[in-house]
Ligand binder design. Sequence first.
Ligand SMILES: Nc1ncnc2c1ncn2[C@@H]1O[C@H](COP(=O)(O)OP(=O)(O)OP(=O)(O)O)[C@@H](O)[C@H]1O
Length: 705
Amino acid sequence: MLTLNMPIAALLNQWQQQGVLTSLDRHFAIELSKLESQHAQTDELNALFLLICALLSQKLSNQHTCLVINSIDLANPMGENIHGYHADKPSSCCQINITHGQLLTTLCQFDAVGSSGDNKPLILDLGRLYLNKYHHFEINVAAKLRQLASHSFSPDINITRDYLTMLFPAETTTRQQPVLNWQKIATATALTKALAVITGGPGTGKTTTVTKLLLLLLTQSPLTLRLVAPTGKAAARLSESIKASKARLLQQLTSANDGSEANNVLISALNTLPEEASTLHRLLGVIPQSHQFRHNKTNPLRLDLLVVDEASMVDLPMMHKLLDALPSHARLILLGDQDQLASVEAGSVLADMCLGLKANAQESSIDPWFMRYSQQQAQLIEALTGNNVSQYQLPSQASNTHIASNMTDTTEQQLSSFGDSLCMLRHSHRFAGDAGIGRLANAVNQGDIAAISAVWNHGYNELHWYEHQHVQQQGKDQLVDFSVSVYRPYLEMIQYNQKVFTEALSLDDNESPEQNTAIYTANQIIDSFNQYRLLCAMRSGEFGIDGMNASLTLGLQQAQLINPNQEFYLGRPIIIQSNDYNLGLFNGDIGLILQDEQQPSRLMAHFIQADGSLLKVLPARLPKHDSCYAMTVHKSQGSEFDTVGFVLPQQPSTSQWQLLTKELVYTAITRAKNHFYCLGNQRVFERACKQVTHRSSGLGQRLWG
Ligand SMILES: Nc1ncnc2c1ncn2[C@@H]1O[C@H](COP(=O)(O)OP(=O)(O)OP(=O)(O)O)[C@@H](O)[C@H]1O
């Protein structure tokens, strides 16, 4: 059954030394394997069980939610030689000598392994091995999402069509073929379903669309609706986007005002549309020192409709808690970009929800995505929008029946209805069609190396490349110099304030200041700081956030913009690394050390909260934090900057290669609104773009088959 060239415990140590298992993985696997009654099994079976626990543990620490048994490489289960570019010689000391089918059967014989519904520590279901809690989350999330997706609404066709026509005036096009208005289709889709997923890349109009959608829903009946996002920064951005979108819509409706009742109804509904967004944590009600929230199944949220932006950042446990707390009558609208990095914690919920939209070869050779509407939904969309989406219609429900037969708790109707809740927006209105950032993001997203080279070689103004130099540090030095120049404005604002405060202090009570003593507000300084961010693919090393923060601190000091002679110096940017519910600070929050306006001799950490208000905290009270001239791409999700610098490692180590993925590069590029600077080398950039993240999960199959 197993070939091992040393005892399994020694192998675990070796794998830890090679970096394919972390020390935590190894300990977790050992503890997990103790759940099996060892005395009842042979040594070989015990060794197999420990090996499987180690594989599961490795998967969980890489944010997968399960171990797919069929995907285990039986000849080299731990994948010793496949992770690194500079791989060590394979040691080939571990092989499983049974088939995947036999392995599944063998696993069923372990006492610690149960099947769906069993109260066992490990659950084997759909050919996947789960920790019981992740299986429970996945089953619950799939059931709730399917239930929501199967809940339909029938808006009045004539009235809704007229409103949709007013909100989405016909677009002028020079093309022969009528162009589908995906924003209008997405709105119609969401009007008819209790679950709506509106996905698309940056600037494709998700917020614009949801604003129009909410407006239409408000014309139908009064609603208690809430807007949320996973982080404070993302919530603040959502608020800003909704405000901007409302203003544009008001202008559109006012200028098109024909005095009709419909127009007036829309304008007055627009005034009632809330703009404030909060974080998911705040919505659910944090209980200090607890993983539970105040709102849950027994104390559901008091709302009729919930909009969740940046849904790609929502992990499986959080989605489970959110869906549990959603009242049964409520609608749920998820907005996000399924191509971005998956959530920091386990799972890839949004990507799994969009899994069924992956086009097959016959459907499209250029567009990787394809809608899947039922015949009934396609007809309804056409009636409401005048857009014919029959080419995106499911050929027949029979195509899904092989899946349904594998899934006893899934009805065919639920499967087919899931695609009816989804819509993908394709056209970015943020980047002009010929703009470099949009082009580069698209090429990276497609993993199209030739297109990526063509974009870089084109010489777009908004794209800048710094090459890593092997001998000299020229590339890095150039990026540091550039970063110093773009951080200069916020630091000069701080220096100006400091001068004004000092002058004011030096005046006698009777003297009045000669010059204008107006100072820059904390909000203005933080806004200026947020124009630029240096993003790193890695945490550690010279080209990770540790190294780049150190280089930038030195560069800024040499430019006499900062004086880092103490831990909390004026102008130091801080990123919070753990939640502090009492202070109201959360992992990923970013603030600046500034003089307190009320008491300038005192330095305070200043943070802008989701509602736009300023939070001031004594530096000594800050929870775990770090400097943040440079931050990881992961932490930048949900944020956007005018200019982004992106740093790839020069010679990635074995474990670093695993983290360099297409999604990481795409997320870094799409954080930039106007300029993208990259420090790297072609080999690393291209190889990262070819590496696609795949998170093992059963959610996609439970939703789509
Ligand atoms: N149909 C449209 N025609 C012209 N401009 C549009 C259209 N839809 C959206 N826009 C513009 O594109 C920009 C981005 O729109 P919006 O903020 O709705 O996109 P988004 O997908 O929510 O972006 P983000 O990536 O920030 O989440 C806005 O300036 C908006 O005015």
